[in-house]
Design a protein around this ligand. Structure first.
Ligand code: 9L3
Ligand code: MG
Length: 132
């Protein structure tokens, strides 16, 4: 039996802005923007995976806040689920898998070329975003 692999994406919100990350790999996704994150490991909670992935990829400590309703298919066998998250410590840097980061206000959110797969997820984030 094949299990669907859950990929968690983080909608990191800070001071009224959302963090977008530009992928540097693999070649077919490089240059496109995403909500940073990655695969949930066997036995791992999605919240733990989110905090782990954002520490590895961006060097920051985050607190998952809440699940954004919905899930979005990726490649076969993979699905994207998104949590909002709060920055607890650190300044995000593109340490792994990304080559640029941008903090976007709601007005700027469509200024970057999101991965096709992330567009609906970002719309869902925007729908419930209460800028703080
Ligand atoms: N993916 C799509 N949107 C996202 C994330 C974090 C990931 N917001 C896709 C890209 C890869 C797969 O999921 O095909 C696994 O992601 P990663 O582990 O390479 O970040
Ligand atoms: Mg990743």
């Amino acid at each position: 039996m094949t299990q669907t692999i859950v990929v968690v994406g983080g909608a990191l919100l800070d001071r009224g802005r959302l963090l977008a990350a530009r992928r540097s790999a693999p070649p077919e996704l490089a240059g496109r923007w995403e909500l940073p994150g990655g695969k949930v490991e066997p036995g791992e909670s999605p919240e733990h995976a989110l905090a782990r992935e954002l520490r590895e990829e961006l060097g920051v400590t985050v607190e998952p806040v809440g699940r954004v309703p919905g899930e979005w298919p990726l490649k076969p066998g993979y699905v994207l689920r998104v949590w909002t998250a709060r920055l607890l410590a650190g300044v995000p840097e593109p340490l792994e898998d990304h080559d640029e980061l941008r903090w976007l206000t709601p007005e700027e959110i469509w200024d970057v070329d999101w991965l096709d797969q992330d567009v609906a997820a970002v719309e869902a984030v925007l729908a419930e975003w209460r800028p703080t």
